[in-house]
Design a protein. Structure first.
Length: 192
């Protein structure tokens, strides 16, 4: 079943499909360039995993956007996952800015279609959401996501970017957050 979102982003909540997600900070500002905001992102992901919303297969937190590869649990809608993860980060960031850098808030002010003003951490709209059904699509997205910091010149090797699951996949050490390797190996139908 498709649900139309702003900017014509369609989400398909199909049981058994993994989701490759990308969503950006408001006006593509580098709001995730500090360790504190990256930690908030990781903690939001951890909460989603711990509450049984999804399994995390890969992630990369870039300065102004996030890539996720997740497998929603049965009965959990993508809109609920995104609301949970994104809202927790936004609320913490806006609270921190109000207390520590209130002058920066004007850069996050958004005049909504109804004329109301609000502060936004994330870009309006649904971002990018692609359903993945084959193991080759999953591995292709993982490689693409993990190489993003290299393409941007942030590190020489993908596994050197701490705010990514690349090193965890290479070493088996789950830092900064556990990834669900076994679930990925067990649930994706090879060759489908």
């Amino acid at each position: 079943m498709a649900k139309l979102h702003r900017k014509h982003c369609k989400r398909y909540d199909i049981v058994g499909d993994a989701h490759a997600l990308t969503y950006s900070c408001f006006h593509r500002l580098p709001l995730l360039s500090r360790d504190r905001s990256r930690r908030w992102m990781i903690e939001g992901l951890q909460h989603g995993r711990e509450t049984g919303m999804f399994d995390l297969w890969a992630f990369v937190v870039m300065p102004e956007h996030v890539h996720l590869l997740i497998y929603p649990r049965a009965g959990v809608r993508m809109s609920s996952i995104l609301n949970s993860v994104k809202q927790s980060v936004a609320q913490r960031a806006l609270r921190w800015l109000k207390a520590n850098e209130p002058s920066y808030l004007r850069r996050l002010e958004d005049v909504q279609p109804n004329g109301q003003r609000a502060h936004r951490f994330w870009q309006r709209g649904g971002g990018y959401d692609r359903n993945l059904v084959t193991i080759s699509d999953v591995h292709e997205k993982i490689a693409y996501f993990h190489n993003n910091p290299v393409r941007r010149g942030l590190v020489a090797r993908a596994s050197d970017w701490y705010w990514s699951s690349c090193a965890a996949w290479e070493t088996g050490i789950d830092e900064p957050i556990a990834i669900d390797r076994e679930f990925l190996r067990g649930k994706m139908v090879i060759g489908s």
